[in-house]
Design a protein around this ligand. Sequence first.
Ligand SMILES: [Fe+2]
Length: 259
Amino acid sequence: MQETIYELSVPLMTALVADLHDQPYSEVLRSLRNHKPDIICVAGDFTHGGFPSSGLKMESTQYALSFLQECTSVAPVFVSLGNHEWLLCEQDLAVIRSTGAAVLENSFVRYQNVLIGGLTSARFTAYRTFRGGFPSETYPRPFLSDTKKMKPDLSWLNAFEALPEYKILLSHHPEYYTAYLQDRKINLILSGHAHGGQIRLFGHGIFAPGQGLQPKYTSGIHQNLVISRGLSNTALVPRLFNPPELVYLVPANQQSSES
Ligand SMILES: [Fe+2]
């Protein structure tokens, strides 16, 4: 796993955690304990999609729930939902909150002098709407919907961006940046999802879901968008020349005064 440290004009030292996909996390946790960030931002896909065989989805995870629990012992944790969280129901979100993590489901919270929001994946939002037709079922199926027609819920963003504080937005999908976010008054947007473009050649990823071939947003800093290449390295997500990545954003004056 690669640790990437960016020096930026952020008010808090921020760890950007994305795409754990319910995989082992000991190296990630060791790094977090070592770097001691002020906040940990989990920008989606901490679970892996698919119906649980029994019980609640979050309680059937192998690593995701305990990972969030462990993270809360390091720093305040803020969780936004990615496409792989599409199945999570209200009880699942309550299970996450029981760890002490804040769930930002198309909502924001104030922490110290910063506002931290989470723009939920449209896949979650679409399934939540579908679920409304089956109020007695925890995980109704089948869910057939055209991913390309799914839109995230932007209705809360006007109120978020109108506030004067420094604003961090967790948006799992980096492709939402040009579609919905780049002209908004948000200081910092944190994304994952693209897995660095799976295979990286000459510093560029070759494919990302939602962006297709030769994707633009797979890694690094693009204006006020920071993208993690993600943490998981599974057979389902082959990576080449593209190690998993944990990103830290360090306030510019803090980095220079310590070095
Ligand atoms: Fe994703």
